[in-house]
Structure formats: structure tokens, C-alpha cells
Design a protein around this ligand. Sequence first.
Ligand SMILES: NC(=O)c1ccc[n+]([C@@H]2O[C@H](COP(=O)([O-])OP(=O)(O)OC[C@H]3O[C@@H](n4cnc5c(N)ncnc54)[C@H](O)[C@@H]3O)[C@@H](O)[C@H]2O)c1
Length: 378
Amino acid sequence: MSKVRYGMVGGGEGAFIGAVHRTAAAIAGNWDLVAGAFSSTPDKARRSAAEIGVARGYDSWQDMLAKEASLPADRRIHVVSIVTPNFLHAPVAIAAMEAGFDVVCDKPVADTLEAARAIADAATRTGRRIAITHTYTGYPLVKQARDLVAGAGAVRRVMVKYTQDWLSRAADLENNKQAAWRVDPNRSGEGGAIGDIGTHAFNLVEFITGRRVKSLCAELGSLPGRSLDDDASALLRLEGGGRGMLACSQVCVGDANDLAISVYCDELGLHWRQEEPNSLRVGRRDRPEEIWHAGSNRAYLAPAIRAIQRTPGGHPEGYMEAFANIYHAFGQEVLTGKRAAGAPGYATLEDAIACMKFIHAAKKSSDADAAWIDLTTL
Ligand SMILES: NC(=O)c1ccc[n+]([C@@H]2O[C@H](COP(=O)([O-])OP(=O)(O)OC[C@H]3O[C@@H](n4cnc5c(N)ncnc54)[C@H](O)[C@@H]3O)[C@@H](O)[C@H]2O)c1
């Protein structure tokens, strides 16, 4: 097969991330969208399928899995892409694996740690693959940062922040499809901002340092009347002795998507910011500061990192291309049956479960007046 055939669950009329996944898969070039159950209401699901131009539009995800599984092997989908609110990730992912399909799932992988573990059980039972779309690890200079840190001695300190302002007013919850489920524990899960964007920051720490966070203490807060956190801070202890600070908030006025990370090692410190993703600042004590630029023709970047870029330096790639890199990597694995050497190019279930432990531990810590919680025992 030359392209991965996939079916999407969610991502219909008025949805946000589904269209980003479709664009990313199209940029990746090794995917073909052939089916979808794009909404919870059959009418809207069918209308969305027609608008998107997908012939096999289904009324429900259950219908899609059953009918696709009964098609001949050369027509049916290989992968189900899940872009629904969090509470549906586990039921859809488990049923998809049991029906014989691999899975792409957006983050957080589930609404609770138990549900994430049920996905892991299903993956083991069925032998199916799953990729989780932690978008920011798809950026070339984030991968370069990871390579630099790997050769820079011990990690001493990490500081990461992810701040937004789109929930900073009480009125932001009114008539807002994206906000409605994110502030509802039944649909978002245990975490609010920590699940929605804190997990991206947490995953970035683990990805760039190559180390798991082993314990944390945290304080969560929210504007009056909200059940889930919209603002959080945590102290982190990493495997190998490094320490870290993480802040995430959806009520920081004036910030749009300000994800920024600094990592300090024995030999260097580096700094990357998502809103300016094509430069990476590296400092060393006895040399002038360096600015590394992205671009397929920047000879100083590792060959594998040059290879995932589509344009030479100065023609900026961004969010969609980072997402496309994740789709491309997982698509190649599905097509060839082989995982590429080194980091797989997408967040694994182990990475995603670490994020679920982060959410659970942050909540538990905050409820216990910021007590330290050992993630290794969760
Ligand atoms: N990776 C990222 O950078 C990123 C960014 C945004 C959102 N996300 C994640 O993506 C997921 C969706 O977020 P969003 O902002 O697009 O939400 P959204 O509310 O915009 O879209 C959710 C979609 O799911 C559909 N849906 C709900 N129930 C369904 C059902 N039973 N069957 C089929 N479709 C159903 C809705 O109709 C809607 O189309 C969440 O898990 C979120 O955390 C990830």
C-alpha cells in the first residue's frame, strides 16, 4: 500500500483540531482520508462528510468501525484518527483497536489515568499501534534541542511555561464549543488547563531532556465558579537529578499560545519558544551566544532533522508542518510495519501515560496543599 487510509472521529462543522489533522496528513503526503464519523449528531456528521468531501461518511463512530471492518482489505481503513473531546478517546481507541485498526489520538490520551491504562491494555491485547499528537515535538528545532541536550552532560534545570488568555473572562465560557467541554469534568477529565496545555509543556520537558519526571508538587487554581483548573504551577524533579518549574494557564491576559522552554545542562543552556519556532538560542560560558535557524538547507542541523523540513531557511514552517511531521512518521511505520531507529517521531503511549500521571499527581498534590507526589508509584 502506498498511502495509509484513515477514518476520522470528530472534527466536523465548527470543530477546531480535526481540520488541522486533515491538513497535516495532507502535507505529510502518505495519508488518504476515506471515511469519517465527524460529529455526535448524524445529520451534522453527514453534512460534514459532504463538506469535507469524504464519500464514506458515517452516522456514528460505532457504525464506522463495524462497516469499515467488514470491507475488503484493499478498501477498508488502516487507522482511526480521534479528534473528539477527551472523554471519548478511550472508548473509541479501544473499540478501534479491537476492530483491527491502528490509532492516532489527540492529547491527553484519555480523561483519566485508568482510561489511559485501559487503552494500553487494549494495545497489548490486540497488538495495534497508537500515536499521540503532542504537536510541539514535531518541530525541527525541538528535535535539535533534544540532540543538543543529549550531548551536554547532566540536566540541571528546566523551566517551561504555556500561557493563553482565551478563558480569562467569565463570558469566555458562553456559546463557545471548545470551552464548553474543556471546563466540564465529565468531558475534559481530571484536568482543566493542566490536561489541555500543561500536558504539552510536560511532554516537551520529557522529550527535550530525554528524562521522565519522577515527582512533583503543584498548586492549581481557577476563576470563581469553575470546577476545573484554569491556572497551575508545579515544581518537578527529573530522573537523574535535574529540577524544573512548569506553569500553565488559560487566564494570562495578553498571551495567545506562549509555550516557551529553557533547559540548562552542565555544558549549555538552550531556549525555544513556540511563537517563534524557527530559532533556537544556545548559550555556553566561553563562547558567544548562538542562534540556530530552521531550514532544510541549514548544514549544521542533524541530517534527519533537515530531512523533515520542506523549505530552505528563511521560508518559515510552523504548526501545520510540525503536525505533519508526526503524521508522516507514524504513517511510515504503519506502511512499513517498522519503527524508525531512535525516537519514533510521535508521542508513544508511554509518553502519554506519563502525561496522565502528571495530571493526576498535580491534582492530588494541589488537594494536599502542594505535597510532593511520587509519579513512579502511580
Ligand atoms: N494537539 C494539539 O495541539 C491540540 C489542540 C487542540 C485540541 N487538541 C485535542 O483535540 C481534541 C478535540 O479538541 P477540539 O478543540 O478540536 O474540540 P472541538 O470541540 O472543536 O471538536 C470536537 C469534535 O468532536 C465531535 N464529537 C463529539 N462527540 C462525538 C461523537 N460521539 N462522535 C463523533 N464526533 C464527536 C464534535 O462534534 C466536534 O466535531 C481534544 O482532545 C483536545 O485536547 C489538541
